[in-house]
Design a binder for this molecule. Structure first.
Ligand SMILES: Nc1ncnc2c1ncn2[C@@H]1O[C@H](COP(=O)(O)OP(=O)(O)O)[C@@H](O)[C@H]1O
Ligand SMILES: [Mg+2]
Length: 368
């Protein structure tokens, strides 16, 4: 377990998609510095590593939020296929727990808004306690990366304002300074992870990379990078993501129950594809192409996530063309992170503004 943890810490750091501002690679000095930093990071994590609940390890491929470093516990993945997200200190932790309990509680089964919301967030299973530390609690949630061989992950924090109505002046100043373009576009990227089938490697883009984007580069350098697999822009994936975002928008336009602050959208797709120049991955099939073989990498029962009725399993046959339909990616888009959710009866303009902008920006990327 500890070895695995060291490996995770090292891979996360060494695969970072950006250079730490103070680290210059290429010189022996920089390399020595890098080794020292990695070692320091590993040692400090080991020194005070808390006991993890049995059957868990730090979540592979976490891209943002509270991380499993410096003796702190971040998200954990359980061998049963769920994740355990630590309940944060009050009031944030309690707010998130109450939100999940409300959405997945018995009373919600007669409330249309809450029932629809269940489809847009990870499934909530239970609150669990750490065995030796009863005060450490976790939310047991659906792991959105489950069943993906090489998940590409994007965390988009939503809203022009990422501070709640009760935030102090200092908090407002701090949040606004984190990414000033959010005021105009209504969202920001908190972190992302890409996968290259050619090299077999993941690449992580952390908050330093994301902070340096602006209103334009967030679309082409940010999303452009995320939705490209080995240099090929995955337009089918973007299309599927837009469809899911539209559904989230529809829900927001109807509901008058919650306002969400500093909440994120988690976008995930499986980067495990083998693009070829003739047949860009996940494009519509050309004449005579053997779609079944290429679309599922040998798995013929692969079905699209999020039960999209117009997206079908890739071994079925299109009745009009009498051949297999176009390939479809495995895509997940869900709302996550509910530490600042409030019951409010007004439309959530702050979130809706960002969501509309995000959809427009992805349309622009599609057309590029
Ligand atoms: N249900 C989930 N399935 C898979 N990964 C998740 C899930 N929830 C969170 N994550 C990962 O953990 C990160 C942080 O989650 P988040 O809920 O935003 O925590 P925090 O409150 O620490 O910001 C996300 O960016 C994502 O990488
Ligand atoms: Mg978060």
């Amino acid at each position: 377990m500890i070895l695995q943890y060291i490996k995770n810490v090292y891979i996360t750091f060494s695969d970072s998609g950006h250079q730490h501002p103070r680290v210059k690679t290429g010189s022996a000095l920089a390399k020595a510095g890098l080794k020292k930093i990695v070692l320091k990071k590993v040692m400090s994590s080991l020194k005070s590593m808390p006991t993890l609940p049995p059957g868990t390890k730090p979540l592979d491929n976490q891209v943002a939020g509270h991380q499993n470093t410096d003796g702190k516990i971040g998200c954990l993945q359980h061998e049963d296929g769920t994740i355990l997200k630590p309940v944060q200190v009050p009031p944030k932790g309690q707010t998130e727990v109450e939100f999940y309990e409300e959405v997945f509680g018995e009373q919600a089964s007669t409330d249309k808004v809450l029932l629809q919301l269940r489809e847009l967030v990870p499934k909530f299973h239970a609150i669990v306690h750490a065995p030796k530390e009863p005060n450490v609690r976790f939310m047991k949630l659906e792991n959105l990366l489950e069943d993906m061989k090489h998940p590409c992950v994007l965390d988009i924090k939503m809203g022009r304002k990422t501070y709640d109505p009760f935030a102090s002046k200092e908090k407002i100043a701090m949040e606004t300074a984190k990414f000033p373009p959010a005021k105009n576009i209504g969202y920001q990227i908190s972190g992302m992870l890409t996968y290259s089938p050619k090299s077999g490697k993941f690449q992580k883009f952390d908050k330093y990379f994301c902070k340096n984007l602006d209103e334009e580069s967030i679309v082409y350098q940010g999303f452009g990078k995320f939705f490209s697999v080995d240099g090929v822009l995955q337009k089918e994936v973007i299309k599927a993501v837009i469809e899911r975002l539209q559904r989230i928008l529809e829900w927001f336009l109807k509901q008058r129950t919650f306002n969400f602050f500093a909440s994120s959208l988690l976008v995930v797709f499986d980067g495990d594809i083998s693009p070829s120049p003739q047949s860009p991955a996940w494009s519509s099939p050309g004449p005579g192409e053997d779609v079944v073989d290429s679309c599922c990498n040998g798995e013929t029962d692969s079905i699209i996530e999020n039960d999209v009725s117009d997206l079908i399993s890739c071994n079925s046959v299109d009745s009009k063309t009498n051949r297999a339909p176009s390939t479809h990616p495995k895509v997940q888009v869900r709302m996550i992170d509910f530490a600042h959710v409030f019951h409010m009866e007004n439309e959530d303009e702050n979130y809706i503004f960002g969501l509309k902008h995000l959809i427009d920006d992805l349309h622009r990327l599609m057309k590029s």
